[in-house]
Design a binder for this molecule. Structure first.
Ligand SMILES: N[C@@H](CCC(=O)N[C@@H](CS)C(=O)NCC(=O)O)C(=O)O
Length: 217
């Protein structure tokens, strides 16, 4: 917390994992301050001693709230859900709740880590696009199929859930890495519907305190 009592989000404007948490904070109307951690500048500010003390994984996001610092976007979202339950991001029904967690895990464990910055650095500049596409496509093939049976208006039924918080930033990553989204009509439809919601718009990478002027919109 800051002196003003607001939670502090350590975030990078372009980070899809940070965006997940920004959407949760926006949906739950939690006022917070952003401390930008630039993943590129100075060799990556996530490697600074100061930040490592907050998150030894050297990754954003991290959220300082209620006297503790939490890393890992899903752990943060679940903490927010347990302490600030309205509006609900995990359905009450255990089957739907499991589906939300399944979709969240497909994205956060099965797709994003394979195209994360630290992995892209290992494959080298010239291979990054192909690598990221190869990482995203199989995950999206699975996700598209899963959504056929879980989706309504959103990923699971007609209520916005944690799964949607994972979907939208991952679609933005797919677009950034020029993945052809034509084979994924369900993913594309849900993404478009979600992007019409204010919480997804205000938390967008183009509208953050650390968004460079040329990328602001
Ligand atoms: N499982 C973590 C993943 C966090 C993560 O991969 N963060 C990326 C940005 S989206 C990062 O900080 N990367 C820094 C690096 O690769 O050096 C979460 O969900 O929070």
């Amino acid at each position: 917390m800051t002196e003003s009592g607001k939670p502090i989000l350590y975030s990078y404007f372009r980070s899809s994992c940070s965006w997940r948490v920004r959407i949760a904070l926006a949906l739950k109307s939690i006022d917070f301050e952003t401390v930008p951690i630039n993943l590129i500048k100075d060799g990556g500010q996530q490697f600074s001693e100061e930040f490592q003390a907050l998150n030894p994984m050297k990754q954003v996001p991290a959220l300082k709230i209620d006297g503790i610092t939490i890393a890992q976007s899903l752990a943060i979202i679940e903490y927010l859900e347990e302490t600030r339950p309205t509006p609900r991001l995990l359905p009450q029904d255990p089957k739907k709740r499991a589906q939300v967690r399944m979709i969240s895990d497909i994205i956060t464990s099965g797709i994003q880590p394979l195209q994360n910055l630290s992995v892209l650095k290992q494959v080298g500049q010239e291979n990054q696009l192909t690598w990221a596409q190869k990482a995203i496509r199989p995950g999206f093939n699975a996700l598209e199929q899963v959504l056929w049976s879980t989706a309504g208006k959103y990923c699971v039924g007609d209520e916005v859930s944690m799964a949607d918080l994972c979907l939208v930033p991952q679609v933005a990553n797919a677009e950034r890495f020029k993945v052809d989204l034509t084979p994924y009509p369900t993913i594309s439809r849900i993404n478009k519907t979600l992007m019409a919601l204010e919480a997804f718009q205000v938390s967008h990478p183009c509208r953050q305190p650390d968004t460079p002027p040329e990328l602001r919109a």
